[in-house]
Design a protein around this ligand. Structure first.
Ligand code: SAM
Ligand code: SF4
Ligand code: F3S
Length: 726
């Protein structure tokens, strides 16, 4: 048995549809792809305007036609006025109050269509079957006590009832742990929220404190009781998006009075002023009704002038529609349909102009975007300040929060591209730092070190930090850990992403510079690493010993999905899929969707000939030993820093050989010669790693990325210019 839900109206009905789905699934129904294969169709009505109700009457014929050819159960729920309920009951098999949803099962039993029987809980706490894997609607309250004179909601949804804060917070925690990227809290007037102990600002603040990478938003606030406390919580929050929907309904005080809104235009303006003072970049949207009973041209002009003054980004402009049973329905609906349409158009035009101006000012900025769809090489989504955006991408990033550079704009949307990041890699002593500093100066960049040893404080000379070379160029991710701690690849990846985003948000070019291939590979290939330390070599060593057949057998066991689609003759790919499983504890197939935010990478490898490289290694080594005081650094780390000889030996060649010399195991000359040779060998290994790992990376290949090996500055500069489109 299959079900299909048709939901009209606002986000409340979307949230309710997810509860309906959960109840139907609990009793054994499955979601139908389309109406044709449905055995049960449930309609969630919206009564806010007559047009939405007319569409439900329009379904009558459709149902009758289907029912002639096969059995079909039709159920009506949602926001329906009593008067409509009576009429609609004639063509629906069942009409049920949404708050009675838990009893749907019982009612269906009476119709004898149930497959299984399990008991559901009360309406509010029915665990929804979410439509999306990354956006979740969380109702915090239901109903409304405001009785605006035009509105049916208090009649269809009843009086306000708030959910328990504890349960809301628990639901949000679960969503965040499950990777949801946006939580939308719903209430007809969230400022009236109270469970007896917690008010809405406090609830919002508590949810905001849940750690994670997600956005938080809410709808809707009523201007009559939008509090300073709420504005403050929004402004100081980490996750609440800079977007406020504050329905004004009219720019005329007399109309507002007749609407029973309990605020004046100047109160509304003062709210917007406060909001903009604390959050200058906020996106504002509103609701307006044109042609309310008795609205004169003059009164409409006041709404128009308010629109010009406040410059909204978005507005839902509705033509007044009389609703039976409301106070306004008793007033004469005396503005003609033609005039209502005209007023709607005039406001839409002004809105278009102000939104156009706002969007224009966003060009060139890098903004976080939640991607919600992918088609024909374009990702579609919403910026953090609630603007529609599309951008080209070689991969489908649906469900991810990514940073996007705004490149073009329309009144109703933005166009962007993934931000650009330059990577400079090369073996030790190849002159990467000097080059990166030059490039940073030329292209207004900041450098992020990708060196597994430069992260440690107090280890400057042996790790070749070349501090003098940076000048005024910001250089990140050096000195971020104590040599006594274990600093993992996953930690570096997390920090590197934060730094890249910070640099981009400052409007500058991130330049990743380093010789730790594993770091660079983790960043550009985008695998999300767990916080556990990432030890590649033992896993690889173990897998290297197995035959392709043995590898395939293992893969079939741990990741059957990948096994099915993988090229079974490509040993490298099979092994890599297994490595991902062992490194991350998750199959490759499960991790595909879990990629970290991507960028447009330009990867430049510094190609220095062996002779020159060896000469540079020797020169640099002499300099470190004779001029920069490397031996003293090692002594200091041991004596004052408390770093054991053993640990120092593990930090890498320079520290290993210097420690041996200090322990009098080798002479100075032996140290110099052995170290010189070891660094040469290391540079060779680095090159092999870069060439093999990065060349054969599946992810890079998928994105058409490869390392461009160059050896002169001029060629590198022109490559970057092409990349940046300058
Ligand atoms: N609770 C929210 C508030 O007070 O702002 C609004 C909820 S209401 C369901 C959504 C919007 O529908 C209202 O803001 C109003 O602009 C519009 N609306 C409600 N009743 C209407 C009517 N009778 N005719 C036209 N638009 C209406
Ligand atoms: Fe309707 Fe007014 Fe309640 Fe909003 S606040 S749902 S417009 S009655
Ligand atoms: Fe929403 Fe329509 Fe009900 S706007 S609350 S679904 S009447």
């Amino acid at each position: 048995m299959k079900y299909k839900i048709i939901a009209f109206g606002c986000q409340f009905n979307i949230a309710d549809a997810e509860k309906v789905a959960a109840v139907l699934e609990m009793v054994g129904y499955q979601k139908a792809e389309n109406e044709k294969e449905a055995d049960l169709i449930m309609v969630l009505a919206c009564s806010v305007r007559q047009t939405a109700i007319d569409r439900i009457y329009g379904l009558k014929k459709r149902f009758e036609k289907i029912k002639k050819s096969r059995p079909l159960i039709t159920v009506l729920s949602g926001c329906v006025l009593e008067s409509d309920k009576v009429k609609m009951a004639k063509f629906f098999d069942l009409v049920i109050d949404i708050k009675d949803l838990a009893r749907l099962q019982k009612k269906l039993t009476k119709l004898k269509v149930l497959v299984s029987s399990k008991q559901a809980v009360n309406y509010f706490e029915i665990h929804p079957s979410y439509n999306s894997k990354f956006i979740a609607y969380v109702p915090v309250m239901n109903g409304c006590n405001n009785f605006c004179s035009y509105c049916v909601v208090p009649y269809t949804r009843g009086r306000e009832v708030s959910r328990s804060a504890k349960l809301i917070i628990k639901q949000c925690e679960e969503l965040i742990v499950n990777g949801y990227k946006e939580i939308v809290l719903l209430g007809q007037n969230v400022n009236s929220y109270s469970d007896g102990k917690t008010n809405f600002p406090k609830l919002l603040k508590t949810i905001d404190q849940i750690p994670g990478n997600y956005w938080l938003s809410f709808a809707t606030s009523h201007p009559k009781d939008m509090s300073d406390e709420l504005i403050k919580v929004m402004a100081l929050s980490q996750h609440v998006i800079p977007y406020l929907h504050l329905p004004v309904q009219s720019g005329d005080n007399e109309i507002l009075r007749k609407m029973n809104r309990h605020y004046t235009v100047s109160h509304y303006q003062s709210l917007i002023k406060k909001v903009r003072q604390l959050m200058p970049n906020i996106t504002l949207s509103t609701d307006v009704i044109v042609g309310f009973p008795g609205e004169t041209k003059n009164q409409f002009l006041k709404t128009l002038s308010l629109f010009k003054k406040l410059k909204f980004d978005m507005a839902y402009i509705a033509q007044y529609s009389p609703r039976l049973g409301t106070v306004a329905a008793k007033m004469a609906d005396n503005v003609s349909l033609k005039e209502k349409k005209r007023r709607q158009l005039v406001l839409t035009k002004i809105l278009g102009q102000t939104a156009f101006e706002h969007n224009k000012s966003l060009v060139g900025k890098n903004m976080p975007v939640l991607v919600d769809g992918y088609k024909d090489g374009f990702c579609f989504g919403r910026t953090k300040n609630f603007k529609n955006i599309k951008f080209t991408s070689a991969v489908d990033l649906t469900g991810q929060l990514v940073l996007v550079k705004i490149t073009d704009f329309y009144a109703w949307g933005l166009v962007g591209q993934l931000p650009k990041v330059v990577v400079i890699l090369g073996p030790t002593s190849s002159g990467k730092t000097k080059l990166a500093v030059k490039l940073a100066k030329k292209f207004n960049g900041e450098i992020i070190s990708a060196d597994s040893r430069q992260v440690y404080r107090g280890m400057d000379i042996g790790t070749g930090k070349d501090l003098a070379e940076y000048g005024l160029v910001p250089y990140h991710l050096i000195d971020v850990a104590s040599p006594k701690e274990q600093f993992t690849l996953a930690q570096w990846q997390k920090l590197a992403l934060e730094k890249i985003n910070n640099v981009l948000e400052r409007g500058k070019l991130p330049i990743i510079c380093g010789g730790t291939g594993l770091y660079i590979s983790a960043l550009v290939s985008g695998y999300q690493l767990s916080a556990a330390s990432y030890k590649l070599s033992p896993i690889r060593k173990r897998l290297n010993k197995l035959t392709l057949k043995q590898l395939l057998l293992k893969l079939k066991k741990v990741d059957p999905k990948t096994f099915k689609i993988i090229d079974k003759n490509n040993r490298r790919r099979v092994q890599r899929a297994l490595e991902i499983y062992y490194e991350t504890g998750q199959p490759k197939s499960a991790r595909q969707a879990n990629r970290i935010p991507p960028y447009n990478f330009l990867i430049i490898g510094l190609n220095v000939s062996k002779d020159i490289l060896y000469r540079q290694i020797e020169k640099r080594l002499k300099q470190r030993l004779e001029k920069e005081g490397m031996i003293n650094e090692v002594k200091r780390l041991h004596q004052q820093g408390g770093v054991s000889w053993q640990k120092l030996q593990d930090f890498g060649l320079e520290y290993r050989f210097t420690s041996r010399y200090l322990l009098k195991k080798i002479t100075y000359q032996q140290m110099f010669d052995q170290l010189n040779q070891a660094i040469r060998d290391f540079s060779k290994r680095q090159m092999t790693w870069f060439r093999q790992q990065l060349r054969t990376s599946e992810f890079l290949a998928e994105k058409g990325l490869k390392v461009i090996w160059l050896n002169n500055h001029k060629a590198i500069v022109s490559q970057i210019k092409i990349f940046l489109g300058r």
